[in-house]
Design a protein around this ligand. Structure first.
Ligand code: IPM
Ligand code: MG
Length: 362
């Protein structure tokens, strides 16, 4: 089998620790599942800034363009907060998304039955939860121009950003979401603020136009304030949600927490051809960095998404999901999902997944 080129971007905080476990898993896939990989590591975020004065070094970008897929740990840390905006770690991530046109961000929120007690919500509200948030990732207020902080005539400063969506941007994220809905329960809820914003009015119109091509998918619309309430009131009413960059940022954190730990959730950011960057939903967690207590499972499951969405290796992907389920069944828990019992370190959790994978391979 030809080998796949994967760009490995550890980033900052707990990024390098969880990425190290992901690399072990990739090496195991190579050894025991015949999955050929070529791994190359590059710096991004604060690490990129340290290395070359830029959160997205040119070499890293070239490398990512050239790779078949990208695995990213996390970026950011308090030591970079005082840098000017363009040099901050988050800017590295945003530039990668924009430069590679990774407009479609898939953020699943799934409750593992083994971890039901980790959710802050009642069992019956979250049991069996399985929703997918499709977040537009390269447009909207995150990237709209003009933006900045300007001085008014009276000397007062004014901050401003622009929320814009062109029809083609709405259409492509709509198609992405409808395609995903077709693979699931065929229910799509588009989240907007069409009672106030013109851009949402257009968003809604384009969603309805695209829905004509997907007669099997039931499309509904919900205002974002209501959606945030419904997500904690009755999350199982949702199958696939599609929304803008900023609404998706907010709602995906809420959805993640329904599952008990944000340490369990992977994500994919895809371009129009399905090439993608894969990362855990959680951030760099600087408060626990270097302690080997971070949960590497979201990072490891990001490999599963990568195999499924970019590399056409669904079978190996399901082995990863199975292995993760097995280590949870065996009682392995990192601190974030511990519920009072014994905990294992980041490295021990990675080792447990590899042992489970090897058992599946035999
Ligand atoms: C996310 C993060 C990023 C975002 C930050 C780190 C720029 O919160 O991926 O959800 O806002 O998109
Ligand atoms: Mg976020």
């Amino acid at each position: 089998m030809s080998s796949r080129k994967i760009a490995i971007l550890p980033g900052d905080g707990i990024g390098p620790e969880i990425v190290a476990e992901a690399v072990k898993v990739l090496e195991c896939l190579q050894q025991d599942f015949g999955f050929g990989v070529e791994l190359e590591t590059a710096a991004v975020g604060g690490a990129g800034f340290e290395q070359s004065g830029k959160p997205l070094p040119d070499a890293t970008l070239d490398f990512c363009r050239d790779a078949d897929a990208i695995l990213l740990g996390a970026v950011g840390g308090p030591q970079y907060d005082s840098l000017e905006r363009d040099l901050r770690p988050e800017r590295g991530l945003l530039s990668l998304r924009a430069e590679l046109d990774l407009f479609s961000n898939l953020r699943p929120a799934m409750l593992y039955p083994q971890l039901a007690s980790a959710s802050s919500l009642k069992d019956e509200i979250v049991a069996g939860l399985d929703i997918m948030i499709v977040r537009e990732l390269t447009g909207g207020i995150y990237f709209g121009q003009p933006r900045g902080i300007r001085e008014l005539e009276n000397g007062e400063r004014q901050g401003f950003n622009t929320l814009v969506y062109a029809e083609h941007e709405i259409e492509r994220i709509a198609r992405s979401a409808f395609d995903i809905a077709m693979l699931r329960n065929k229910k799509l809820c588009s989240v907007d603020k069409a009672n106030v914003l013109e851009v949402s009015e257009l968003w809604r119109e384009v969603m309805m136009n695209v829905s004509v091509d997907y007669p099997d998918v039931e499309l509904s619309h919900m205002y974002v304030d209501n959606a945030s309430m419904q997500l904690v009131r009755a999350p199982k009413q949702f199958d696939v949600l599609v929304t803008t960059n900023m609404f998706g940022d907010i709602l995906s954190d809420t959805a993640a927490m329904l599952t008990g730990s944000i340490g369990m959730l992977p994500s994919a950011s895809l371009d129009i051809g399905g090439k993608g960057m894969y990362e855990p939903i959680h951030g760099s967690a600087p408060d626990i960095a270097g302690k080997s207590i971070a949960n590497p499972l979201a990072m490891i499951m990001s490999i599963g998404m990568m195999l499924r969405y970019s590399l056409e290796e669904a079978e190996i992907a399901s082995q990863i999901d199975l292995a993760v389920g097995n280590v949870l069944n065996q009682g392995f828990r990192t601190a974030d999902i511990a519920d009072g019992g014994n905990t294992v370190s980041t490295v021990e959790m990675g080792d447990a997944v590899i042992a489970a994978l090897k058992a599946l391979a035999n």
